[in-house]
Unconditional design. Structure first.
Length: 330
């Protein structure tokens, strides 16, 4: 048997992938839509994570510019825990490098997303239900009001339930912000190095409803997060006495160096009025994970998120041996 075939038939036990301690082998989250089982958080992470919200240092509110409303937990997750969490999530999650075509005028342009992405969750019109006696792999998607199974034609790509590791983080973030926001989506970005980035944009899609709250958790390498006001329209220019404010908005972008464990919550009119980005950072070889928690209210959100964060290309998984993302076989 060739080495490659042999290793295919000999799955690496979780205890070997995580030999930082002598903990019991991990349980996994499994689902028909996952390309492979996703390990649950080991108790050395899950236990302290459950207490993070009650022990947190209070966030800073940043609302000193027009339409800006941020809550900054610096950090939410203490450094050693954030480091451990970063490694486990990078090891365990399936990632994609999505390419898609947009039409600029009449010319189709091929766009290659400059980072790895993945997504889990479903909009408010549906939910995953588990038969407590059945294998968790059989969790089914049902209509939230009728309880009827969602037909496979409802979505362009089949939605994936949050694996337990991300669900634990969702609970932690919801408890820390204690503002009654309930998130139904987890979008994960992996910036492999300073060459990976996200261009200026706002997350103000209609499928998130008006003034959405978006919570953004950083793990791994620190990166600059830039915010600039959208071009100010005629309506605002007409108002008297705001010349000074206007000048203020046209100045350099606001810059936050997001460090591991930091949580930045963008609220109120922030998405409607501000753009944000993670610019490239020349020379940085370190990886960073960003997880945004969002609430999509209609199926269009689910279709959009899976199209741009999973797509139709190959699955990547972190290889400890190679120290980089590798395409998985099959
Ligand atoms: O990586 C970050 O901190 C920001 C990510 C982001 O803006 C997004 O995924 O929409
Ligand atoms: Fe964003």
């Amino acid at each position: 048997m060739s080495k490659r075939i042999q290793s295919f038939f000999t799955p690496i036990p979780n205890s070997k992938r995580h030999k930082l301690t002598d903990e019991a082998p991990l349980t996994t989250s499994r689902h028909a839509t996952y390309p492979f089982p996703i390990a649950d958080l080991p108790s050395r992470i899950a236990k302290p994570l459950a207490n993070v919200a009650s022990n947190k240092t209070p966030p800073k509110q940043i609302a000193n510019k027009p339409h800006l409303d941020l809550l900054y937990f610096q950090p939410l997750i203490p450094a050693p825990l954030a480091r451990d969490l970063f490694q486990v999530l990078r090891d365990e999650l399936p990632f994609y490098r999505v390419a898609y075509t947009i039409c600029r005028g009449a010319t189709p342009t091929q766009i290659a997303t400059p980072r790895y992405t993945t997504v889990f969750g479903v909009d408010d019109t549906a939910q995953f239900v588990a038969d407590p006696d059945a294998d968790p792999v059989s969790q089914v998607l049902v209509n939230r009001t009728s309880d009827r199974p969602i037909p496979s034609t409802q979505y362009q790509r089949t939605p994936r339930p949050l694996p337990a590791c991300l669900n634990a983080l969702r609970q932690c973030v919801e408890a820390a912000t204690s503002d009654a926001t309930r998130y139904n989506f987890c979008l994960v970005n992996y910036y492999a190095s300073g060459d990976d980035s996200i261009a200026y944009h706002s997350d103000d899609e209609r499928f998130l409803g008006a003034n959405p709250t978006i919570a953004s958790l950083s793990l791994g390498a620190s990166r600059d997060f830039l915010l600039k006001h959208k071009p100010v329209g005629a309506q605002m220019q007409r108002k008297q006495g705001e010349e000074e404010q206007q000048e203020d908005l046209e100045g350099p972008p606001l810059k936050f160096q997001l460090a591991p464990g930091d949580l930045l919550v963008m609220r109120g009119e922030t998405q409607a009025n501000w753009l944000h980005s993670i610019p490239k950072r020349r020379g940085s070889q370190q990886g960073r994970i960003n997880i945004t928690f969002r609430r999509a209210v209609v199926p269009a959100g689910t279709d959009n998120y899976y199209r741009y964060n999973v797509g139709d290309g190959p699955v990547y998984r972190w290889s400890r041996e190679a120290g980089e993302m590798r395409k998985t076989e099959g």
